[in-house]
Design a protein around this ligand. Structure first.
Ligand code: NAP
Length: 298
């Protein structure tokens, strides 16, 4: 007896290996008697239009499980759309790293089969929300599973901004920008910028400066219910931007205020039985690699 009855398949259209895995899954799920939904673009461009299909933004309300085939980037995009419906997500890795999409394609049918029987580890991941305020009006908003990044857009010049945390002034900075990351995003851009790895169960945000022209700027981890506010304090020819998961972008003007806080939305991420966060860190981030002694042949 399947725990899930209606399953969405989501993946990058026009990617041959993704399409192959999706084709195997559609057959498997149909044979199991389940209702299969395909994300619109994939249905059209991947040749799955005989199945029920729906825009990514709405597919979460049609199904009780979503399987994302692709890399972490695909999972980020899908998760931002699915979290509001609380649709659980299972990831099959057809990307290059697959930190979040942890099932190997060769095991896709076996692991999806186990998930249908209720054999999985379930995790809740927090998202951040961002609002951009201009002249007292919210002009744009978005959510991020990994990170909200203030950056200098197309410019090679420094970005000037003020940072406040929970209404308290923290610092003014001239730098390349700032990363505000969830624990999920702490192994992505934030890690590259010197931020700490935060266990996904932690209720916290990390604020990581990007290339500040100073010797003493450090990442700071704050409670997840703190509100981060960043104000652009210098005029820039090339418009600075705020990006969510590197995938949605909002252009900024002098005086714009960016408010980042933990979102009310949560992502339910499913992993195959035996999943270990530390094993993923070992295998994907190459933790614990042994330094082999050099052979001296003389
Ligand atoms: P991308 O620029 O094409 O690739 C970013 C890389 O980071 C990919 O290898 C991706 O894995 C991996 N990744 C994404 N989320 C991760 C996570 N939570 N933990 C560990 N690795 C992760 O962009 P993308 O694939 O759409 O991912 C967007 C993310 O890229 C942004 O949220 C940002 O964190 C990150 N990014 C990093 C840098 C940097 O490190 N210098 C610069 C720009 C953006 P897959 O190969 O499986 O997709």
């Amino acid at each position: 007896m399947s725990k899930f009855n209606r399953v969405a398949l989501i993946g990058r259209s026009g990617h041959q290996q993704v399409s192959e895995t999706i084709a195997r899954l559609t057959e498997y799920l149909r044979d199991a008697g389940l209702e299969v939904w395909i994300e619109d673009q994939l249905a059209e461009l991947g040749g799955f239009s005989e199945f029920r299909h729906c825009a990514l933004e709405h597919i979460g309300q049609k199904v009780d499980l979503a399987v994302v085939v692709g890399g972490d980037g695909s999972l980020l995009g899908a998760s931002r759309a699915l979290a509001r419906f609380d649709t659980p997500v299972l990831g099959i890795n057809r990307g290059s790293l697959g930190f979040l999409t942890d099932i190997r394609p060769s095991e896709a049918l076996e692991k999806v089969g186990q998930a249908l029987l209720g054999e999985f580890t379930e995790e809740t991941r927090s998202l951040n929300s961002v609002e951009v305020i201009r002249a007292d009006q919210v002009i744009a908003s978005a959510t991020a599973l990994n990170d909200v990044v203030l950056h200098k857009g197309q410019s090679a010049r420094m970005l000037g901004f003020d940072l406040c945390i929970d209404d308290q002034f923290v610092y003014s900075s001239r730098s390349d920008g700032l990363i505000v990351s969830t624990p999920t995003g702490s192994t992505a851009y934030s890690l590259s910028a010197g931020g700490p790895i935060m266990h996904p169960r932690l209720e916290a945000l990390v604020v990581v400066p990007m290339f500040p022209h100073t010797l003493n700027a450090r990442p700071i981890v704050v409670p997840a219910n703190f509100v981060i506010s960043v104000t652009v304090t210098e005029k820039h020819q090339a418009l600075p931007q705020v990006s969510c998961d590197g995938q949605t972008h909002i252009s900024l003007l002098l005086g714009d205020q960016i408010i980042i806080r933990q979102s009310d939305e949560r992502l339910t991420l499913l992993h195959p039985p035996g999943y270990s966060y530390y094993e993923v860190c070992r295998s994907k981030l190459q933790w614990g690699g042994r330094i082999e002694p050099q052979q001296d042949n003389e």
